[in-house]
Design a protein around this ligand. Structure first.
Ligand SMILES: *[C@@H]1O[C@H](CO)[C@@H](O)[C@H](O)[C@H]1NC(C)=O
Ligand SMILES: *[C@@H]1O[C@H](CO)[C@@H](O)[C@H](O)[C@H]1NC(C)=O
Length: 203
């Protein structure tokens, strides 16, 4: 809505744009589940975030064997259809994916600092009140059945992926979660098992 507003209407109706912007900014009121419902908070954060930091064990000189953190677009489902599974669209030409070919273990982190929420609430990204999660597990290529959902999940939220160069041999992968770590309140990190995580409602 803003883009259209900015590109086509700004010159003609600046007041309308300002009004629309005000309404939209006010309507972005994400409802974070209560902090004690830790699994729900984790599902909520995983669905809100469009990207994640992924740490792999580097296979590249001069940092072989050291953690290597990189940014990836993720989606656990189209908006409103959360599966809890972070899907990714990857190519073996990519540096972190090359690490995964040596060691598929990885860690993903996502934070409500990636949404307008923490800024609006005045929560610093490192504050536990700015809910964030760390996922431990491994990255696995998905089979063709699951790839259909992964494609829907990713392409609805990252439309430019459709045009990524076809000679890069893109494939769909998922983050197979073995442990969920949640920072959503004071008192230290809390853990959630994959079973609890997948059973929880993200809304
Ligand atoms: C594909 O993977 C999903 C999820 O792991 C599994 O439930 C399904 O049985 C698999 N399908 C085939 C055809 O292997
Ligand atoms: C995927 O995660 C489950 C726990 O949710 C674990 O039991 C399983 O071993 C993992 N699979 C692989 C291939 O890492």
């Amino acid at each position: 809505m803003f883009i259209k507003c900015l590109s086509t209407m700004r010159a003609l109706f600046p007041g309308v744009c300002l009004l629309l912007f005000g309404l939209a900014a006010g309507s972005f009121r994400v409802r974070v589940p209560p902090h004690e419902q830790v699994a729900r908070v984790a599902r909520f954060v995983a669905h809100q975030c469009d990207w994640a930091s992924m740490a792999t064990i580097s296979s590249h000189k001069p940092v072989v064997g050291q953690p290597f953190s990189n940014v990836f677009s993720v989606s656990d489902g189209p908006p409103g259809f959360s599966s809890g599974v972070p899907y990714m669209y990857l190519t073996r030409m990519e540096i972190s994916v090359q690490d995964l070919e040596v060691n598929q273990q990885a860690s993903l982190s996502m934070s409500l600092a990636q949404t307008a929420y923490c800024r609006q609430q005045g929560f610093d990204p490192q504050s536990p009140l700015c809910a964030h999660i760390i996922l431990s597990g491994s990255v696995l290529e998905v089979n063709s059945t699951e790839a259909e959902f992964a494609k829907k999940a990713l392409f609805t939220r990252h439309p430019e992926m459709i045009d990524w160069p076809s000679d890069h041999d893109w494939f769909f992968a998922k983050f197979n979660i073995t442990q969920v770590w949640v920072l959503d309140y004071f008192g230290g990190v809390k853990t959630v098992s994959p079973e609890e995580y997948y059973q929880a409602s993200p809304n």
